[in-house]
Design a protein around this ligand. Structure first.
Ligand code: OAD
Ligand code: ZN
Length: 316
């Protein structure tokens, strides 16, 4: 357990560097949305109806059972719609608008790279120009036909089809009001009493309005093994590799297990940037200040970020 003293020493050093930083990147993962009520992928929370969420986020899973995968995404859509951005989202949103508002004298070049598809950053009034949703969005739908490039953006309809109605409501009721502590303390040995997954056929699922053969629509998210949107990746590369190096990368609520998101931190470090980690789970060496140019803040990102970033963004 880190001592209060160690924490405040880290905070002091971090904030000194923050105030001097001219160029900042935030790399965001599922942990940022936990206190909004949305689960992470890995660890104790990563189950949906006893399926491992990571197994469902693949092209293979969709190919084998599109009805199952669509039920999973329908649940994620409605959970995200019912969730509200938290104080962590708001802190980053303020940082993003600081960079676009050059009149306040605080010139900060800033981008948020989020792996989250829940849309909470964009709903927190984050500046659109410096928000990169590298894994796409639950609220974009795209055609699965190779010959068709139909995309329906910002579709917030629920349910998307009659058959997809209600498949997630039970989970939602159970989880909505749980505190972070309750989520962390849940007993995994007890199987949640979900309704079993309903078998759906293709005609029950969202279909492309353009394709004559009724091709399926799929969620507009990046699945394992798929490539990330090239235009977005190029913009991020340009930001990180440009002549002025990034001074600081905030690594927020991510396990850092997925490429290329995890590579950004090392690339920034190589060019002299410093790292600040906000996570409920942080290595002891980092907490004790033993890792060079790296600060660690252990706890809920929604609580930590407004405090840590206050010298730049003011009070929330
Ligand atoms: P993970 O589930 O891998 O990691 C979540 C991280 O958040 C872990 O390091 C937790 O310790 C941390 N965490 C949990 N609660 C937190 C809290 N309240 N405050 C701060 N941190 C907290 O999620 P990601 O790193 O986002 O990709 O996963 C990356 C990608 O893998 C996802 O975008 C998704 C997934 O498969 C695709 O679907 C392509
Ligand atoms: Zn189509």
């Amino acid at each position: 357990m880190e001592s209060e003293q160690q924490m405040s020493k880290q905070l002091r050093e971090f904030q000194e560097h923050l105030k001097k930083s001219k160029k900042i990147v935030a790399l965001v993962g599922a942990g940022l949305s936990v206190s909004s009520g949305l689960p992470t992928f890995r660890g104790s929370q990563g189950l949906w109806k006893n399926f491992n969420m990571i197994d469902l986020a693949t092209p293979d899973a969709f190919y084998i059972d599109p009805g199952l995968v669509w039920q999973f995404y329908s649940w994620r859509r409605v959970s995200a719609l019912k969730a509200r951005p938290n104080r962590g989202h708001l802190a980053l949103s303020k940082l993003s608008n600081l960079s676009s508002n050059r009149d306040n004298g605080k010139k900060v070049d800033y981008i948020t790279i989020t792996q989250n598809v829940d849309g909470l950053s964009s709903r927190s009034n984050h500046c659109k120009d410096n928000l990169y949703e590298i894994h796409g969005s639950l609220f974009n739908l795209k055609c699965t036909s190779f010959m068709c490039n139909y995309v329906d953006r910002n579709n917030f309809k629920h349910p998307l089809t009659k058959a997809l109605a209600d498949t997630e409501d039970e989970y939602e009721k159970k989880n909505r009001k749980r505190t972070l502590e309750e989520i962390e303390q849940q007993d995994l040995s007890i199987s949640p009493q979900f309704k079993p997954v309903v078998q759906l056929t293709e005609s029950d699922l969202p279909q492309c309005p353009v394709c004559k053969d009724g091709s399926l629509l799929r969620p507009g998210v990046v699945w394992f093994g798929e490539s990330l949107p090239l235009n977005v990746i190029t913009k991020i590369d340009n930001f990180i590799e440009s002549e002025t190096p990034v001074d600081l990368v905030l690594v927020i609520g991510t396990s850092g297990t997925v490429y290329p998101a995890n590579s950004y931190v090392d690339r920034i470090k190589l060019k002299g940037g410093k790292v600040a980690i906000f996570n409920t789970d942080i290595e002891e060496d980092i907490l004790q200040g033993k890792v060079k140019d790296t600060w660690g803040f252990r706890g809920d990102a929604a609580e930590l970020l407004p405090v840590a970033l206050e010298p730049l963004i003011g009070e929330i």
